[in-house]
Design a protein around this ligand. Structure first.
Ligand code: HPA
Length: 272
């Protein structure tokens, strides 16, 4: 079957299951899945139930789609994403984004756990993604272009919507939540970076580093979906502090900030 048909099949399944399909979706990063638990009137689907949907094996990623309401607004929350480092193809990594776009989702909020490169940051702060650097060594649009999704050479001069970023800054201020902003560099992982790499990325203009988001954002823009990106700085990147990096710290920090993170997401969705 064509990649397009796989996407169409999953979309057909969800169109029936979710009727009507919300036009806002949130991808929840490592340890940030709790947002989905707070949705009103939830409809929960395990990824394994959805045709062709890739399943993530990472601890901290639940692997389910929850459709529900935040205030009066219906939203799809994806708890768990497929990562390139798991051995998934780029088509699998961006499958969910394609399905959401095909379903008519207009706004995609991508969240992630990231390491802080900017030494003004500290673990536990949230960073609004202004722009990204694709350091994955691969672009998810490589291959024959699917014209039904978008153009061959999509513009990337404003991947993360300036209008939506303004709105997020406003919401954060309104609820008294400190919010940093900066450039996210996406790497394939799964090993964390070396201190020399982090110094190099800092010189290149990166403020945070992670192993997701970039392919999804590129594919979303290919489909002309408005994108927002929010990183939870779960740890300072390698070499910034005199301590090794461990995944447990990532999970622990994400848990610690969940209150502010959920309040921010709810505030944003309420204003869309
Ligand atoms: N590096 C890469 N990915 C990450 C990090 C990091 O320090 N923290 C959370 N995800």
């Amino acid at each position: 079957m064509l990649h397009y048909d796989h996407i169409d099949q999953a979309s057909g399944f969800l169109r029936k299951a979710l009727d009507p399909v919300p036009d806002v979706a949130v991808v929840l990063g490592s340890g940030l899945g709790d947002f989905a638990e707070g949705l009103a009137d939830p409809k929960v689907l395990a990824y394994a139930q959805i045709p062709n949907w890739p399943v993530s094996s990472v601890v901290g990623h639940a692997g389910r789609l929850v459709a529900g309401r935040v205030g009066g607004r219906r939203v799809i929350a994806l708890s768990g994403r497929a990562h390139f480092y798991e051995g998934h193809t780029m088509d699998a990594v961006t499958f969910a984004t394609r399905v959401l776009g095909h379903l008519g989702v207009k706004t995609l909020i991508l969240t992630n756990a990231a390491g802080g490169i900017n030494t003004r940051f500290s673990s536990g702060v949230l960073m609004l993604i202004d722009d990204h650097i694709n350091f994955m060594g691969i672009n998810p649009l490589v291959g024959t272009n699917e014209d039904r999704f978008g153009v061959r050479f999509p513009d990337m001069s404003e991947v993360y919507s300036a209008r939506l970023r303004g709105l997020v800054a406003d919401v954060a201020q309104g609820i008294g939540l400190p919010l940093e902003h900066g450039v996210y560099v996406g790497l394939d992982g799964p090993s964390y970076e070396t201190p020399a790499e982090i110094r190099a990325f800092r010189m290149l203009g990166a403020d945070a580093v992670g192993m997701s988001t970039v392919p999804e954002a590129i594919v979303a823009r290919h489909m002309r979906i408005d994108v927002l990106g929010i990183s939870c700085i779960t740890n300072m990147a390698a070499g910034v502090l005199p301590q090794p990096l461990v995944h447990d710290e990532v999970m622990e920090t994400a848990r610690r900030v969940r209150g502010g993170f959920i309040a921010l997401l709810e505030g944003i969705i309420g204003r869309l």
